[in-house]
Ligand binder design. Structure first.
Ligand code: SF4
Ligand code: SF4
Length: 491
């Protein structure tokens, strides 16, 4: 149950900071929404909160008061004042403005859509078979203008990233090669450094491409659906032929040069997320990322709302991973604990509520702010997924002005009615704007499936962390599975 006590209340009514209360298999927790600190609740405190939710006139016994103070639901002194909803909103708006006015709000990553063409025809492609409603290959001249644009619009950011994307970017490898060379020179001239990333379907990878990517220390993300049936069904070549047998040996070759490459699988239809994860591991990926397919705004008048139907399997898989992690810690098995943390993306378990500083997240991602995408003609969009949606065109790499970023300069945490009231707002930041539009037609209105999944994930992670004792944490620190939180006085 979530409570949002945002208005000043009359005398005689106990005012608590906003919180979320939940239970997993009989273990009760409360999360202070504002500070994002959680506490495992004893029965007495849980019963008090349940009573207070019915009648805010009740008073906590002293031992319950101590628990409420520890989680920040009550101020530590009786005369203390908790900020009310308006004060919190004002604080968050000022924080967002400050963030946007500084270098954090300037562009530091530019995605170059070097090929709006693809040799595959993935059934869930949000880019309309990689063409994004247009098509073609980016010229060297446009790519260079992109580099120059990034250098001159990056403010004080010294580390810049060029991300090569498509379609299939390796269809335009000659331009990628020359752009990397040009970016290095531009970096030397401007005192900035460039790093590079590539998202590829791996079908065109060969030794020459690998040599080039390795020499330039590319970060590699491979779009690959893990199992042969899923890959062949959802990621066929354009002529309809299956792709698994073609990409599998090339992915292995890539992984021998880039063992840290990320395997990114799209969950679609009835794909089993557990099978996909196991197949990615089997292929040799150490870093795996599983993402449900999103709707395609370019082609679908009414975006599909049920692209991935096994949401429950995914939540169950996470719960299994969290339970395996806790069990490994309890039996003092550092290798298995580390494996579960990594394989299941459970790293939040180690930070939630334990690090001394919680930075309130006011945006879900950098789209339209630190991150922009340029289409083959140099048109600038908030991110790669928006390419081709003319209503979101922000400007051009051929223009000198910093383009107006419109709604991307407003934080959903302060401007979205749903997010403003949500207990997850400071760890979520408002969801993916593209997915929000695909689900609800409104970038500030998230789809209920995303919010439900996000909430389930965070509750599972909190429950895993909440089952660990002080000795368990000490074991994790001493066996280097988890970094010890820094001393708050050292900063
Ligand atoms: S997108 Fe959903 S989960 Fe995220 S803050 Fe908004 S309402 Fe909460
Ligand atoms: S808006 Fe969505 S797709 Fe675009 S960068 Fe953000 S999270 Fe990714």
């Amino acid at each position: 149950m979530s409570q949002w006590v945002t208005e000043p209340l009359e005398d005689n009514i106990l005012r608590l900071a906003p919180y979320h209360r939940f239970a997993v298999e009989g273990r009760s927790y409360v999360v202070n929404t504002d500070r994002f600190r959680y506490a495992r609740l004893d029965d007495k405190t849980a019963a008090f909160l349940a009573a207070w939710e019915d009648n805010p006139g009740v008073r906590p016994p002293d031992d319950v008061r101590v628990t409420l103070v520890k989680t920040g639901l009550l101020p530590w002194d009786r005369g203390g004042i908790l900020p009310d909803g308006a004060a919190r909103l004002d604080r968050d708006r000022r924080a967002a403005d400050k963030w946007l006015a500084g270098d954090t709000g300037r562009t530091s990553t530019l995605c170059l859509m070097v090929a709006q063409e693809c040799n595959m025809a993935c059934v869930y492609c949000y880019g309309n078979a990689g063409s994004y409603g247009g098509g073609g290959l980016m010229t060297e001249e446009t790519a260079r203008r992109g580099v120059d644009w990034l250098v001159s619009h990056s403010g004080g950011n010294r580390k810049l990233v060029l991300s090569f994307f498509g379609g299939e970017p390796l269809l335009n490898l000659p331009v990628i090669r020359r752009t990397v060379e040009y970016a290095r020179q531009a970096g030397e001239r401007s005192g900035k450094t460039f790093t590079f990333s590539l998202n590829t379907n791996a079908s065109l990878v060969d030794e020459a491409a690998i040599d080039f990517l390795r020499a330039n220390r590319f970060e590699i993300i491979v779009s690959f659906d893990g199992t042969a049936p899923a890959q062949d069904k959802h990621r066929p070549f354009k002529d309809g032929s299956p792709s698994y047998a073609v990409v599998a040996p090339r992915i292995k070759m890539l992984l021998s040069a880039f063992p840290g490459a990320c395997g990114r699988a799209t969950l679609y239809g009835d794909t089993d997320p557990g099978e996909v994860l196991a197949a990615l591991k089997e292929m040799g990926f150490q870093n795996c990322h599983l993402v449900p397919a999103s709707g395609c705004l370019l082609t679908c008048e009414t975006p599909e709302k049920d692209l991935f139907r096994r949401e429950r399997d995914r939540a169950a898989d996470l719960r299994r991973g969290a339970a395996a992690f806790v069990a490994a810690v309890k039996r003092r098995d550092p290798a298995e604990a580390a494996r579960q943390l990594k394989d299941r993306d459970l790293f939040w378990v180690t930070t939630i509520g334990r690090w001394p500083f919680m930075v309130r997240r006011l945006f879900f991602c950098g789209a339209g702010r630190s991150y922009l995408a340029a289409d083959v003609d140099g048109g600038l969009y908030p991110c790669h997924r928006f390419v081709g949606l003319r209503e979101y065109l922000l400007g051009s790499v051929y223009g000198a002005e910093d383009p107006p970023r419109g709604l991307f300069h407003a934080s959903p945490v302060t401007e979205s009615e749903e997010c403003r009231r949500c207990w997850l707002r400071y760890v979520c930041g408002g969801g993916c704007a593209y997915d929000n539009i695909a689900s609800t037609g409104n970038p500030f209105r998230p789809g209920p499936a995303f919010c439900r999944q996000f909430g389930q994930t965070v509750e599972t992670l909190i429950d895993a962390a909440g089952q660990l004792t002080g000795e368990d944490w000490e074991f994790l620190y001493q066996s280097n599975v988890v970094a010890r939180p820094p001393c708050p006085l050292d900063f």
